[in-house]
Design a protein around this ligand. Structure first.
Ligand SMILES: Cc1cc2nc3c(=O)[nH]c(=O)nc-3n(C[C@H](O)[C@H](O)[C@H](O)COP(=O)(O)OP(=O)(O)OC[C@H]3O[C@@H](n4cnc5c(N)ncnc54)[C@H](O)[C@@H]3O)c2cc1C
Length: 346
């Protein structure tokens, strides 16, 4: 397959989705490509049911609701999405005034675009597997998970949560009134997550609603077709203990696998893509990096920062698609074309 567009967006996370909106306002068309099998990036993959409180003007919204709202917002615009495809190769095609880019995916599809927006977040997701366990994935969907897709899955289940970061703490608190029992297991009695969530977790321990087991590490999985328990090793005494459970959640974080991005000849800093703060352009003209994947002084990995970045980057993408033309500026409140598409009459 061979397709052409104005902006080829690598990554269909929140920032990739909002790029479609800002590009659409300027009349630019987009193609989104994501190697996940779903839209929404980290929001849908890592914490769909957790509320987000810092989207401007939205008091709170679960991460999945946020993704749905972004999809609703870009409905009026022309874009296509290709999922379960990884962008592998980027090549320059020289043109009269500005060059274009040819992108090849893992499915051997070819896309041509005037601008490329890398909105690849943390790169391709690879949850960290439990150390020392041979092939834990043999129990995937049979008691072993690396993310919470649905809270209901854990209703009335005996659940073991492993990890010491935000995800492990958040889900321990969040699932405490859903699961039949929860044991949070960590190798030390110190946590890397938000102090407030750690305090909530410790309160639940005091109330007897969950059990905290430190310093423990997993020694082996027990089960036939389905997980039925684990062996834990006390990190200090080295004693082994067997624990029964129905479900295991390994929340050891993600391996930020940049994948092919590091081979595209773009300047990087500490596994992130260096950009300017005027156009959020990389060291290669016509290739922009927005959202969590980029790096500049003062960078914060927050959704709203990504929205700002891509809004400015799209201005330059317009100039590349329409050389010599002034970038139109207008408030959405007076954008009659958009209002027509949305069926707003007044
Ligand atoms: C538990 C948790 C809670 C959070 N809470 C908040 C919060 O309250 N407020 C807030 O602002 N932020 C929060 N964040 C951070 C927020 O989710 C990120 O800032 C945001 O997701 C970044 O969006 P993005 O579009 O840049 O990247 P991502 O959401 O990471 O999406 C990037 C996408 O690119 C894809 N991709 C990567 N490489 C390729 C490739 N080569 N080819 C094709 N596709 C590729 C990935 O599969 C992924 O889907 C939280 C994060 C976590 C983990």
């Amino acid at each position: 397959m061979h397709k052409e567009t104005d902006i080829l967006i690598i990554g269909a996370g929140p920032v990739g989705l909002f790029t479609v909106f800002e590009a659409g306002l300027l009349g630019l068309e987009c193609i989104l490509i994501d190697n996940l099998d779903k839209i929404g990036g980290q929001c849908s993959e890592l914490y769909p049911e957790k509320p987000i409180y810092d989207i401007p003007g939205v008091a709170n919204q679960t991460a999945q609701e946020h993704v749905e709202a972004l999809l609703e917002q870009i409905k009026p615009f022309n874009y296509e999405v290709f999922l379960s495809e990884r962008v592998e190769k980027i090549e320059e095609i020289s043109g009269d005034e500005v060059s274009s880019w040819r992108v090849t995916t893992s499915e051997k599809n070819i896309f041509e675009a005037k601008s490329i927006f890398i909105a690849a977040g943390a790169g391709s997701f690879e949850p960290r597997r439990p150390p020392n366990i041979d092939d834990p994935d043999r129990y995937l969907e049979k008691g072993v998970s690396y993310a919470v897709r649905s809270k209901e899955k854990y209703r009335d289940k005996n659940l073991l949560i492993f990890g010491g970061g935000d995800s492990a703490l958040d889900w321990t608190v969040e699932l405490s009134d859903i699961a039949k029992s929860i044991k949070l297991i960590h190798r030390r009695d110190e946590f890397r997550g938000a102090p407030n969530t750690e305090a909530q977790m410790r309160e639940l321990v005091k109330e007897g609603k969950i059990e905290l087991k430190t310093p423990y590490v997993i020694e082996s999985l027990i089960g036939g077709d389905q997980i039925s328990g684990v062996e834990l090793k006390n990190f200090e005494t080295k004693e082994i203990e067997e624990i029964h459970c129905d479900e295991l959640l390994f929340l050891f974080g993600l391996n930020k696998k940049l994948g092919p991005i590091s081979e595209w000849g773009i300047d990087m800093n500490n596994k992130k893509i260096s950009v300017d703060t005027e156009k959020f352009e990389t060291s290669t003209k016509g290739i922009f990096a927005v959202g969590d994947i980029n790096d500049y002084p003062g960078k914060l990995d927050l959704i709203l920062c990504g929205f700002h970045e891509t809004t400015l980057a799209v201005q330059e993408a317009y100039r590349r698609s329409n050389p010599g033309e002034r970038v139109p500026f207008g408030y959405t409140t007076s954008n009659t074309k958009l209002q027509k598409k949305l069926g707003v009459t007044d």
